[in-house]
Design a protein around this ligand. Structure first.
Ligand SMILES: Cc1ncc(C[n+]2csc(CCOP(=O)(O)OP(=O)(O)O)c2C)c(N)n1
Ligand SMILES: [Mg+2]
Length: 353
């Protein structure tokens, strides 16, 4: 299957070494690597660039004191959510933790509404009262935005239960980190998901660190694709820096779920370039480690290079795409800076008791 194939590629290109494919390698279809057309490469580039530029701008605005509270940037991990989304269908749901801006943008949520939520303004997705970690869009099938590590995993499993109950053919894409993968509630969810054959793809974004703790310091089993073994959930390691590998794996995993075969685990081997949150000086890793990832595995650079090599785009074309993405982000930042804060009378609205 695509994932088993990509795990071989991943040995050369992936940021982390793994043990290859998961426990049931080969169970989900034949070997296949997603070759992108020109349009698909350009689509992936635009989506990943939007996330990158949005996050860079959010980092700047945080530095200017415009964003209060927590702010966890997704820079470096863009290929994961982009490849997953490219393979998904309308109606599929997405749920994740607090490193969530990229997921919202991938769900086509309005960058203005996301940025305005970061700055606590009325036009934000939670009317300026939720902030970076707490945004939702029923319309775009994005279910948050959760600050409690791992809390989204039972919720994402619940979305899958609802899909099965309603017979609507949708799949829940439930994302969590390597740190969250050590939470007890994750395994209760795995058990129910397999027992009831729920349509959920558990996407473990292994960016090698949970706050300042590396996976090798915190995890007895660092091959997260194997975490479902005792529940009979198939799991695969995927090069999460290559959007084509992610899309191929996602297609197979989503098809498996839609065929009623139950959950799948995709361990995305990825990396975050910035600190855990804006207040993290990242002293637990070397500058060389980060630089190596940026120069050798950057997900956006990989697409840019392929486009140039195949002569599907010129440097000038790529500059134009970047400029158009920057314009969207600047407009969002402008809105988020000038939109008014919520009125004091809103203090007790939208509060559930
Ligand atoms: C239940 C709970 N315990 C601890 C924390 C504090 N905390 C916030 S993020 C985090 C690390 C999680 O790392 P990981 O799951 O790898 O996700 P990443 O930040 O790398 O995306 C911790 C321990 C929390 N928010 N909730
Ligand atoms: Mg992590």
């Amino acid at each position: 299957m695509a994932v088993a194939q990509t795990s071989q590629t991943a040995e050369k290109t992936s940021p982390a070494t793994g043990n290859g494919a998961g426990p049931n390698a080969g169970a989900i279809g034949a070997g296949r690597i997603a070759e992108f057309t020109k349009e698909q490469e350009l689509d992936a580039l635009r989506h990943m660039l939007l996330i990158r530029r949005f996050e860079e701008k959010a980092g700047q605005m945080y530095g200017m004191g415009l964003i209060g509270g927590f702010c966890h940037l997704y820079i470096g991990q863009e290929a994961v959510v982009t490849g997953m989304k490219m393979a998904s269908r309308q109606g599929d749901q997405m749920i994740t933790g607090y490193r969530d801006h990229g997921h919202m943008l991938a769900c086509d949520m309005d960058p203005k509404g996301v940025m305005a939520e970061l700055t606590g303004r009325r036009g934000g997705y939670s009317r300026g009262k939720g902030g970076s970690m707490h945004m939702f869009s029923l319309e775009k099938k994005f279910y948050g935005g959760h600050g409690i590590v791992g809390a989204q995993v039972p919720l994402g499993t619940g979305l899958a239960f609802a899909n099965k109950y309603r017979g609507n053919d949708a799949v829940s894409m439930t994302y969590f980190g390597d740190g969250a993968a050590n939470q007890g509630q994750v395994y209760e969810s795995f058990n129910m998901a397999e027992l009831w054959k729920l349509p959920v793809v558990f996407v473990i974004e292994n960016n090698r660190y949970a706050m300042g703790t590396s996976v090798t310091r915190s995890s007895a089993q660092t091959d997260f694709s194997k975490r479902g073994t005792s529940f009979n959930i198939p799991g695969y390691q995927v090069d999460g820096m290559d959007v084509r590998a992610v899309k191929a794996a996602a297609e197979d995993a989503l098809a498996w779920c839609r065929a009623g075969k139950g959950p799948v685990i995709l361990e995305m081997m990825t990396y975050r370039y910035r600190g855990h949150s804006m207040s993290d000086p990242a002293k637990y890793r070397t500058k060389e480690e980060v630089d190596k990832m940026r120069t050798e595995h950057d997900p956006i650079e990989q697409v840019r290079k392929r486009l140039l090599d195949k002569k599907w785009a010129s440097e000038d074309d790529l500059k134009k795409i970047d400029a158009s993405v920057r314009a969207v982000v600047n407009e969002a930042a402008e809105f988020a800076t000038h939109d008014p804060e919520p009125d004091v009378s809103e203090l007790y609205t939208d509060v559930y008791r």
